[in-house]
Design a protein around this ligand. Sequence first.
Ligand code: ZN
Ligand code: ZN
Length: 247
Amino acid sequence: MRLSDYAQLAEDFLFPKRCVFCGKVIRLSEDVCADCAQSAERVTKPVCAFCGLPKTHCDCSKTRHFYDGIAAPFVYNDTVRRGVLLYKNGMNKRAVSYIAREMALCYRQNCPFAAELIACVPLTVREKRRRGFDQNREIAAALAAYLQIPLYEGLCKIYDTPAQKSRGRLYKRGNVAGVFDVIDPEEVRGKRILLTDDVKTSGSTLDECAKMLKLYDAEAVFALSFAIAGQKKPPKEKSKSEPDTAK
Ligand SMILES: [Zn+2]
Ligand SMILES: [Zn+2]
């Protein structure tokens, strides 16, 4: 056994591997416990390529989207929401490799172009300081490493925004209008960009970021998140309130 193997064993003992969605200790060969493997709902086709919702829920005719398409591997149901919150609160940072792997697979299956850059929905400097952990950036960096696509960090957020949960779509669109900018427009000009966020709810944040990238002549922007809200829930999971990470 090599020294690095002993170090790994010690790390596994001190920091055991936990289920991405519920945090329960699992085997090293697993990512998700058996219960969560059942209850974490995957996005199933057919879905609208522009809002990521099933055709029965789609209202794209009323809303203009700046991104060229959107996809996510998971529906934002109770199980997935719990996993996202665990990760977002820094309580299961190892989950990033699973999240990035699932998103990479989803990108390969759904994005109509080969992305040249990966950008993520950014935080302001103050938001970063307050939270201490920028989960979107961590996911985008892991995804960039996995897909071997450069991470673009020039998309920035210039104003803090109040939490958007439980607000209507119009409020959400207004809340994020004009809060993002691109540091060096030359870097995005003519580029095909994969834009990521951990969860897509109304899509207004992703759309505003896509708008800025298009404004600076990005050729195409495909939005990708780990989970997408708003799909039909299975009967047992009805009557839950708005997600905490709504944006
Ligand atoms: Zn679990
Ligand atoms: Zn749609």
